[in-house]
Design a protein around this ligand. Structure first.
Ligand SMILES: Cc1cc2nc3c(=O)[nH]c(=O)nc-3n(C[C@H](O)[C@H](O)[C@H](O)COP(=O)(O)OP(=O)(O)OC[C@H]3O[C@@H](n4cnc5c(N)ncnc54)[C@H](O)[C@@H]3O)c2cc1C
Length: 481
């Protein structure tokens, strides 16, 4: 028996481990370990769990149509996986396991424990780097070290794909218009029964591979050509909205890359497609970073000197940020979008993250955790990368003395104030100038808060704090490494 172990790769198309198993000798079955306690400790948002569980239902049916029964095993935590997998292997007389590699620390520890358990049983594990376009260790600098600067990485990344990229394989799944039963269905339904998530959130999303593939087609046909020009304007919905699918693996990144490369044949779409491919490169970049710098998986800053920053400890400021009550309209609109939809536009993730870490001077890890507990696309590599970029503690991060002005960002990227009016309706009666700075207009008392901190002086304070942290690190910190 060949066993495909599904993790964050919940699809049948463009899935190399499944393809390899189907081409190997002998029957194929599949397994998914449901680790709800692990989800808890990884702060996985209820909405994301809902997305995963519903995607599993569709996956089970698709696999059944291919003659591959999917078992869903309650494991609670990663620690339980080796022994539960051992049982599967014995019961099903498995000779070979196929899976896609994962890179965060806990996932790698789980896989190492599984590898030794399987070695004792004489079972082979074939792991492939199917969740990225370029394997994490494929590209090294001239000194043999990992790339930590995106520009240089991206040049090598493009060249590597020019010679190595292979179009992903699609499988023929016919006759699945009626639900097809699979062994793991009851376990998934039980987990859905335990899950508490508001219907106002779930009704905005469509889980599963089929919907992800349709969304990719729609995006490539109708929006990709305009992506570069429009992607920074949150009122326009000009980005793909595929991050949930890419992080749970209901869509393969190879399918995205292939579609964008094909679109480049049309001169009108070339710029947009090239720009979008650049975002897929950021995704790979942060995955290779998380794979090669394990301390990032447990809260470590990439730039060690920033561990010496003395963050403010103020729950009132944090709560105001979480609840969209900072008095800065774009920041508040973005935070309300996150809580109400489980997603936030990329420009706004940068604006809100920088606002938390620079204006409010709160530890970026608090914001990183809050994002994880709400995002449908919560992904440790991209989330940690984005947060550390914004807080100037990460790889190729924004320089610490560069602080986004939340009013300028608002005027520039939401010039008509449409996005603000959508999410902060108490400001929608204001004209497109005042809406960015509502304090200039006398408001009804209690209608909207005044700014909780001033923008003026933030750059100077941040610069001073980073310089002090560097000094302390040079004097004491580096000696302790
Ligand atoms: C503070 C912060 C936190 C973030 N947290 C996450 C997260 O938890 N999960 C997540 O998937 N992305 C995260 N991002 C990256 C980015 O904001 C989202 O991927 C993007 O907004 C998703 O929307 P989209 O699918 O429409 O993106 P598109 O613009 O259509 O991009 C296509 C795909 O490329 C990838 N991508 C795009 N931008 C980035 C980026 N900067 N880093 C890594 N991958 C990228 C995503 O998979 C995305 O779906 C974060 C960024 C910041 C600044």
């Amino acid at each position: 028996m060949n066993l495909v172990w599904f993790r964050n790769d919940l699809r049948v198309h463009a899935h190399r481990p499944l393809q390899q198993a189907l081409c190997a000798d002998g029957p194929v079955s599949a397994v998914y370990f449901l680790c709800e306690k692990q989800w808890e400790s990884h702060q996985v948002a209820p909405l994301r769990r809902w997305y995963v569980l519903h995607s599993l239902l569709e996956l089970g049916e698709q696999l059944a149509a291919l003659g591959v029964p999917l078992d869903v095993v309650d494991a609670a935590t990663f620690e339980a996986v080796p022994s539960l997998l051992t049982r599967q292997v014995r019961d099903k007389e498995v000779r070979q396991i196929f899976c896609s590699r994962e890179y965060p620390l806990n996932e790698r520890r789980r896989d190492e424990a599984v590898a030794s358990a399987m070695a004792e049983l004489g079972v082979t594990i074939s792991g492939v780097d199917d969740g990225v376009l370029v394997p994490p260790r494929a590209l090294r600098t001239g000194k043999g070290t990992p790339y930590t600067v995106f520009g240089a990485y991206k040049r090598r990344w493009d060249a590597w794909l020019d010679t190595h990229f292979e179009a992903p394989a699609l499988v023929d799944v016919e006759g699945v218009s009626h639900p097809t039963d699979f062994p793991g269905r009851a376990a998934v339904e039980r987990a859905l029964g335990r899950l508490q998530v508001s219907p106002s959130l779930t009704e905005q999303w469509r889980p599963g591979e089929q919907s992800a593939r349709e969304q990719l087609d729609r995006f490539v046909s109708h929006q990709l050509a305009r992506y570069q020009k429009q992607r920074d304007f949150p009122a326009l919905s000009a980005t793909s909205g595929l991050s949930a699918a890419l992080s749970a693996g209901t869509l393969s990144v190879a399918s995205c890359y292939q579609a964008a490369r094909e679109a480049m044949a049309d001169a009108g779409a070339r710029e947009g497609a090239a720009c979008w491919i650049g975002e897929l490169a950021w995704r790979d970049f942060y995955r290779q970073i998380i794979a090669q710098f394990p301390r990032l998986s447990y809260g470590g800053a990439f730039r060690r000197e920033t561990e010496w920053l003395q963050w403010r400890d103020d729950d009132d400021l944090f709560d105001a940020w979480c609840e969209g009550r900072t008095g800065y309209p774009l920041v508040d609109a973005a935070m309300r979008q996150l809580v109400a939809t489980g997603w936030m536009h990329n420009r706004l993730r940068m604006v809100t993250a920088m606002f938390l870490s620079k204006h409010l001077w709160l530890d970026w890890r608090r914001g990183e955790a809050f994002f994880m507990t709400h995002l449908i696309d919560g992904d440790i590599a991209a989330n940690n990368g984005g947060w550390q970029w914004s807080a100037s503690s990460g790889t190729d991060a924004v320089p610490y003395f560069r602080v986004f002005n939340p009013i300028r960002q608002s005027q520039r990227f939401d010039p008509q104030g449409e996005f603000i009016a959508r999410w902060v309706p108490e400001l929608k009666h204001l004209d497109n100038k005042t809406i960015h700075e509502p304090w200039k207009q006398p408001l009804l008392a209690g209608e909207y808060p005044a700014p909780i901190v001033p923008h003026q002086g933030v750059r100077e304070a941040v610069t001073e704090a980073f310089k002090n942290a560097k000094k302390m690190y040079d004097e004491q910190g580096s000696a302790q490494q």
